[in-house]
Ligand binder design. Sequence first.
Ligand code: SAM
Ligand code: SF4
Ligand code: FES
Length: 351
Amino acid sequence: MRTEFAASLERAAAGEELTREDIINLLAAAPGAEEEALYRLADSVRARVAGDEVHLRGVIEFSNYCRRHCYYCGLRADNAKLQRYRLMPEEIIAAARRGAELGYGTIVLQSGEDPWYTGPMLAEIIREIKKLGVAVTLCVGERTRDEYAMWREAGADRYLLKHETANADLYARLHPGMSWQERLRCLQWLRELGYQVGSGNIIGLPGQTLADLADDLILLRQLDVEMAGLGPFIPHPATPLGGEPAGSLDLTYRVVATARLVIPYAHLPATTAVGTLAPNGRQLALQRGANVIMPNLTPTRYRADYQIYPNKICVNEGPEDCRHCLEGMVRALGRRLGRGPGHTLKPLPVQ
Ligand code: SAM
Ligand code: SF4
Ligand code: FES
């Protein structure tokens, strides 16, 4: 083991605040003994702060219309090949009801940035879903502060808005017409409004360095996030980045494991993207720091069209299939399904 890696790992094991240099050292863990030591430590911290429960958050991908042009995403407005769809409010509520029946404690409403759903429309949908006794997470992109406030008022508990990359230049190159400062301002509003805040980044974007990824984790620590989505870049042929290589799975595991050490109390999903790149990807992520899975609750006929990237898993399955599949996966790992809403892991402030 290289001495700088060992020293940073020791500081992490002692619970010290990791410097940028430490984080880079951990992200650079070499295959074999270094990676194994990193994963062991991340798994033990996960067990200590999150226990053995794996929370399932049922995701309803309710619209694939998007007004944005993110260079990596198949839902970008410019992708004319995509068959677009919108679920009507009754369909969204019915899918959420199915999720509650399947025992999911959280329903995630995700979509492209689609202003067709007005603030009051989404507020009404949130109110109906809250009657089911579940937590509601929104993941619908950048909207006004008033809309965020209206949805919080309607009962939304959490909001997921990935910062995508902490490198502002790289952000600018990949998001024409968007601004990194605006993104951070939205995250600030969400915090002020009392949401449990989730953010996160893409791993393996063209031109991204290990130092950029360290900055991602430092930003997540500064934002004091309750959850962080950390998934690999997967190229979509109908986007400007279609010819670029996918992000490395091993690097993704190292980022997830290091995240567990930098932001120990954050919920970390084993993402659908790791499951797409490797059949056992989500299992490995769960053994390397992750504690959440986000099963698909979208009605099967729409799933294939929510094509952020190609070959996404579960597009031919139904909600029940994913539920059973994941129960088996969690049990096989010697873990158990989470009960209840699975709110923040952060310790309560001392009175
Ligand atoms: N439109 C909302 C937004 O962007 O915040 C929510 C939905 S968007 C599809 C959810 C996430 O998908 C984004 O935050 C982005 O990180 C991820 N994503 C999009 N295209 C991707 C790709 N090709 N590879 C990996 N992740 C991707
Ligand atoms: Fe739209 Fe979100 Fe995809 Fe960007 S990442 S194009 S905002 S769906
Ligand atoms: Fe959908 Fe395994 S999670 S089939």
